[in-house]
Design a protein around this ligand. Structure first.
Ligand code: 13P
Ligand code: SF4
Length: 324
């Protein structure tokens, strides 16, 4: 065991800390974690786990959710600069910045709401229509929403609401996927994940040609044109479960390449091909063993949400977590 890992483990014990890691983290970070998972599993774990300190190896909104759900624990985000650009694509009230769209995205559905508005604008335009916020949002946005969802439960969450019309923020691709799988009417926001949205139909056809025997799994943050070509659409941990239970021996993986580590580790007899090798989330890769060590040593980068935001944000998260 390397000296740095020994030191992390020792500090972890001294501080009664638990290390949580998202499935996209660097291999070596995943390997020292107590629990690795998708956004839904990590939220559930953060809400239930018994410890004093949570070291959250992921991006800012994930650590924020952990702090919202477990306000008595100290939540550390080893790299404060690890954000999620999609989560910043919707603001409650301040004017929004303009983001670059990747070329080739010409099929904008009519239900997507234009960029220059805020969450309060959309709520005012559709009074009484509930807001379903993807967990990839800030605490402020969650606090102004009715319920949260993740890629693993978006359709279940929408179906759990009594309303026939729902506002889904901020991922246009997740909304389009949900729209395909529900009869309810979705009013969507025009946000996107730059890692998944850059993938096109052409990439899928190329990979299919290269690996004709492989089963294609895709994350719902990909464009609809990609999802329509997939054999299975699911969250990151959904892909892990699917790959394990499937009889297939080869898989094309349509998500961030960090997931390859667990896929290979948990299925040594199966072969996994990344859909595209550049599906890398730079923010997820910011956290290193060194940053985990420094966070634990200095108890730095504490993520704390003020009570006026935390309480309504927790309501939206709890409502989601209450759905079995
Ligand atoms: P999962 O909830 O599927 O892990 O996805 C999180 C995420 O950030 C995808 O880009
Ligand atoms: Fe955000 Fe995309 Fe990175 Fe996930 S992969 S954290 S959605 S930028």
């Amino acid at each position: 065991m390397s000296a740095i890992i020994e030191e992390i483990l020792k500090l972890k014990e001294q501080r009664n800390a638990i290390i949580l890691s998202h499935n996209y983290q660097r291999d070596e970070v995943q390997d020292i974690a107590d629990f690795i998972g998708d956004s839904l599993e990590l939220s559930r774990t953060a809400a239930e786990i018994d410890c004093d300190v949570i070291v959250f190896c992921g991006v800012h909104f994930m650590a924020e959710s952990a702090s919202i759900l477990s306000p008595d624990k100290t939540v550390l985000l080893p790299e404060l600069g690890a954000g999620c650009p999609m989560a910043d694509m919707i603001q409650v009230s301040s004017p929004r910045k303009v983001w670059k769209t990747f070329p080739g995205y010409e099929t904008q559905p009519t239900f997507v709401f234009p960029h220059e508005f805020t969450l309060r604008d959309i709520k005012a335009k559709y009074p009484g229509v509930p807001v379903v916020a993807y967990v990839n949002t800030t605490a402020e946005v969650k606090a102004e929403s009715d319920i949260c969802c993740t890629s693993a439960n978006v359709v279940k969450v929408i179906e759990s609401l009594p309303d026939e019309k729902v506002i889904c923020i901020p991922d246009r691709n997740l909304s389009m996927w949900a729209q395909k799988n529900t009869k309810k009417q979705i009013i969507a926001w025009d946000g996107f994940c730059h890692v998944h949205d850059r993938i096109t139909k052409k990439d899928v056809l190329k990979a299919r040609e290269e690996y004709p025997k492989a089963v294609f799994m895709a994350h719902p943050e990909c464009r609809l044109e990609v999802l329509e070509l997939a054999d299975y659409v699911t969250s990151t941990s959904g892909m892990l479960r699917f790959a394990k239970s499937s009889d297939a021996g080869e898989f094309i993986v349509g998500t961030e390449i960090g997931l390859m580590h667990r896929l290979k580790k948990e299925n040594p007899d199966k072969i996994f091909y990344p859909l595209r090798k550049d599906m890398i989330c730079p923010n997820m890769k910011k956290t290193t063993l060194n940053s985990v060590l420094s966070a634990l040593k200095e108890m730095r980068n504490v993520i704390k949400v003020s009570e006026d935001i935390r309480i309504p944000a927790k309501r939206a998260l709890d409502r989601m977590l209450g759905i079995k």
